[in-house]
Design a protein around this ligand. Structure first.
Ligand code: T1G
Length: 656
């Protein structure tokens, strides 16, 4: 075995140097790996007995990309473009044996190789825009030479991952090998010995109609609101068809370095590591989760059916219960309709739809849940209703089965206390639509047992959710911060701003929708009911804005009522002078004089309100870390990820 560095080894067989990158957990291209790879290439070039080389990754990943932890540190030679250029320029054939994920710099290494062979389970992506950067080692210039400009724009400006099968169709891969990958790669390398080598960078970019390129750009940028990197990615890929390779590579590198040091990239790197940290719960080290093969869902309304689909998508058997046969039939139809939508979009095929429906049992008999490992209730958000249900379930399910409530505002401790085994109760707060939204607040009740919490986290991961552990408080992390966000928005109304100005200020910041548009979309009645419930206990000295109450009393309950903070003729959002008049009237009633409020003040106050509530959640121990709070707001409330979240922004301090 040849050791080219701590993480790069090689061995020669039949004239082929097999270079293996072994840098757990994801074979990231750290300085040590780059040094080792470069040394291996040099050894291959200088050793006459070696006729060709194969690059492969140890373990399940080919190469997970550049080492993100090295960002912000002074660059160490050889930098990745140097290594990539050496691969492409090699006089001896280099074959990439893609045994798993080939991401970012990892795919750029493969693109420079003279052949790309992958295992069927390999996945490929240039996800740099998700980190606020662009590929920095040739991806924007070499990929279009293989797949054309429109497809390269789609992949690089969205950062989406493709399967080996799709990558083969696109022309990224030369072969998908279901047998022994290394052997196939070595055989391919031997075939190339002495043959003229095709260097990706020397290929011409396949010509394509400008309409197709523009359409691909429009589609890729549709969801990149306020983000710089996707636009830069489109510009660089377009450039690949207009400029010689060297110019394109130089422009790409300059752009990469500029974006790497940008605020958006810093925020998205923070989010990347925050997601990895969120799954680590201090006192659960070594606590094994319970097995969950069958999940019961009680209530097959909007939330219940979404939860059922998320579980079916994860390969789990679902027993869904409703109060009446009619409701159960409606629920089953709702679930099937969600699966049909996935079928139409191509996310699943007929076989996997039938498999999902075969794993779905719908019934009105709660006792059918006796086989369930975990039961999640999604019934009407009323304490008495939920408590009554848990008392029933407590007598039906197995002793080791777990009971979870999907409540968004009620006290899960109170629900748990009504059962004989409160230690097996936790909150699993999904976000609507539950089969789509990644966020899942995993609520730790006072008595929740460690392995029950560990099971909640494991189920969340199995459902491909982003679990955030939180303690019990009204609204948990997300809704409690959202209440502070709503409160500040209403204070701003009294002080002189109008809904449309506040929404525009927050949309300019990066939110897809401003607060008042969101309130109208969600409907004003739920918050109104809660305000009425709280009226008796509200602190009389606390500032209270009654404008929303007046709106609701006037029947302005939001978009589905055709009017709320805005009016919606033909479903289109319009400013309503009646609302402006009501706001002015409520100010006058309180003797308040409106003043001019800048958009900056609006943003600053809204962000500060969220961060202040976040700080309270941390000091109360409801949230374990500030980054968890940011992840909740980003994944559940539309906070722009490229801004990092309210806690991240607050930590950055006031803008210059
Ligand atoms: N650099 C450093 N650490 C990384 C890393 C990376 N690229 N990828 C993962 N990790 C760490 C992660 O923080 C965690 O650490 C552990 O590995 C396991 O990760 C020039 C500049 C590969 C699909 O964007 O998408 O190349 O918490 O929990 O679920 O153009 O990690 O255990 O301490 O996510 O199995 C482009 C990022 C970089 C891919 C594996 N690459 N990684 O998922 O494990 S930019 C990416 C992933 C670039 C070039 C540019 C996933 C994964 P810890 P994990 P996983």
């Amino acid at each position: 075995m040849l050791a080219f560095s701590d993480n790069v080894h090689g061995r020669v067989s039949d004239g082929i140097l097999l270079i293996e990158i072994d840098h757990p957990p994801v074979n990231a291209l750290s300085a040590g790996v780059r040094k080792g790879l470069f040394a291996a290439l040099k050894h291959g070039a200088d050793t006459s007995a070696i006729e060709a080389m194969v690059i492969v990754g140890a373990g399940k990943v080919f190469i997970g990309g550049a080492d993100i932890r090295e960002f912000g540190q002074p660059p160490t030679e050889p930098i990745l473009p140097t290594v990539v250029a050496a691969i492409e320029a090699s006089a001896k054939p280099v074959v990439a044996a893609i045994n798993g994920a080939a991401l970012g710099g990892g795919l750029e290494v493969a693109l420079a190789a003279h052949r790309r062979i992958a295992s069927p389970t390999a996945t490929l992506a240039l996800p740099e825009v998700k980190l606020g950067i662009v590929p920095g080692a040739g991806g924007t210039q070499r990929l279009p030479r293989l797949v054309g400009v429109p497809a390269a724009i789609d992949l690089i400006a969205t950062g989406r991952t493709v399967s080996a099968e799709e990558a083969l169709k696109l022309g990224v891969l030369d072969q998908v090998q279901s047998g022994a990958l290394k052997a196939a790669a070595i055989a391919e390398a031997q075939l190339l010995v002495g043959a003229p080598l095709t260097r990706t960078g020397e290929r011409a970019v396949p010509p394509g109609p400008i309409e197709a390129i523009d359409a691909a750009a429009t589609k890729a940028l549709a969801r990149s609101r306020g983000q710089t990197a996707p636009q830069e990615a489109v510009r660089l890929v377009r450039l690949s068809a207009e400029q010689p390779l060297a110019n394109g590579l130089a422009e790409e590198r300059e752009t990469f370095l500029r974006l790497r040091d940008s605020d958006q990239a810093a925020a998205l790197r923070y989010v990347f590591f925050a997601e990895r940290a969120a799954a680590k719960v201090a006192d659960l080290e070594g606590v094994a989760p319970r097995a969950v093969e069958t999940i019961g869902v009680v209530g097959m309304g909007l939330m219940g059916s979404g939860i059922a689909v998320a579980a079916l998508d994860a390969g789990i058997t679902v027993v869904a219960v409703e109060q009446s046969g009619d409701a159960a039939a409606k629920g089953r139809a709702r679930i099937e309709a969600l699966l049909d939508r996935a079928l139409q979009s191509g996310r699943i095929d007929d076989a996997s739809k039938s498999d999902r429906m075969a794993r779905l049992v719908t019934t009105t008999d709660l006792h059918t849940l006796s086989a369930a490992d975990l039961v999640i209730e999604a019934v009407f958000d009323d304490l008495a209703v939920k408590t009554e249900l848990f008392v029933q379930l407590d007598g039906i399910v197995r002793a080791d089965a777990i009971l979870a409530t999907n409540t968004s505002y009620l006290d899960p401790d109170a629900i748990a206390a009504a059962t004989t085994r409160p230690e097996r109760v936790l909150g699993l707060h999904f976000f609507s639509p539950a089969n789509v939204m990644r966020l899942l607040e995993v609520v730790r009740c006072v008595r929740t047992a460690p392995d029950v919490l560990a099971t909640g986290l494991a189920v969340a991961k199995k459902l491909r959710k982003l679990p955030i552990v939180c303690g019990v408080t009204e609204g948990f992390i997300g809704n409690r911060i959202f209440s502070a966000y709503r409160r500040e928005a209403e204070f701003l109304l009294e002080d002189g701003a109008l809904p449309q100005q506040i929404d525009a200020a927050m949309e300019a910041y990066g939110f897809a929708m401003g607060p008042f548009a969101v309130f109208d979309l969600a409907g004003l009645e739920i918050a109104w009911a809660r305000r009425k419930r709280q009226a008796a206990t509200r602190d009389p000295k606390a500032r209270y804005v009654d404008i929303a109450d007046h709106l609701c009393e006037a029947g302005r309950l939001g978009m589905k009522a055709g009017r709320g903070w805005y009016r919606y003729p033909d479903g289109k959002r319009e400013i309503d002078p009646e609302v402006t008049a009501l706001i002015e009237q409520r100010r006058a009633a309180k003797g308040l004089v409106a003043r001019t409020i800048s958009d900056d003040e609006i943003r600053q106050r809204m962000l500060t309100a969220m961060a202040t509530e976040g700080a309270a959640l941390l000091s109360e121990g409801i949230a374990a870390r500030a980054s968890d709070i940011d992840l909740v707001m980003i994944n559940g409330y539309g906070f722009p990820a490229h801004m990092g979240g309210p806690m991240f922004e607050q930590a950055k301090g006031p803008k210059a």
